[in-house]
Design a protein around this ligand. Sequence first.
Ligand code: SF4
Ligand code: FES
Length: 239
Amino acid sequence: MNHPLVSLTIDGIAVQAAPGSTILKAAQQAGIEIPTICYHDHCTANGLCRICVVEVSGARTLVPACVATVQDGMIIHTQSERVRRSRRTILEMLYSSVDLSEAPEIETLALVYGADSQRFPGAQRREPPLIDDNPMYIRDYAKCILCWRCVQVCAEDAQYTYALNFSGRGFETQISTFYHHPMPETTCVFCGQCVGVCPTGALKPKREWLLEKGYTPEAIMGLTRNERRGKKRREGLSH
Ligand code: SF4
Ligand code: FES
C-alpha cells in the first residue's frame, strides 16, 4: 500500500516527501542544500555535529536535518539568522579545539558562514600524539572531530570488524582501539574504509603521509614494504 506523501514548506518552497524521509533528504529533493559534517551518505546518521540544524516553526530548539524526519505541515527555514549563527558558532568551536588544516569541506563551510577561526583563542586544544603503528595508515587524532564515521564503517555500516570505538569521556573522548592496542593487534583487516570516510585527514594512508614528510617514492616503498615484512615476521607468517 502506498502511503500518502507528506507536504511541507522549506525556505518558502512547497515540498512533498515520502513519510519517514529526513528533512535533509526532502530539502535535497527540492534542490536546497543543507551543510553536513558528521553525516555521510553511506553511514548511519547519528546527529552528532549539529551543523545541519534548521529552524522549524513552532519548535523550541533547532532541529538536526540529517536525523529529524518530515511531518505534514512543517514550515522549515534552513538559512535563518539563528541557523546561520548556530552553524558559525559550531565551526568556531571546532576550530578552537582541533586542527582543521586538512579538512577542506569544513574550511569551505567556515568561509560560507563567516566563522572566525580565532574566536576562542584561550580554548584548550585536543593535541594527542600522532599514532604510527601499522604500515597502512596513520592516526592523527589532533585532527579528529569525533564524527563517528570511521567507527560506523568499521562496524555495521560496512566491514563488521569492530576494530574502532572510543576511549575516555567528555573532553578526553577519543577514537581508539580496545585498550589502546596497536592496530596490528586488533581485529582490523586494513580495508581502508575508515580512511576513505574521514573528513579531516585524521586518518591518512601511510604512503601519502610519508610523501608529505619528504620521503622519496623509493624510500616509501622500501619503508612500508619492510614494515609489512616486520608485521608478517611478528605474526610468524614468514621465515
Ligand atoms: S578519525 Fe576521522 S572519521 Fe574517525 S571520528 Fe575522527 S574525524 Fe571522524
Ligand atoms: S550532519 Fe547532521 S548532525 Fe552532523
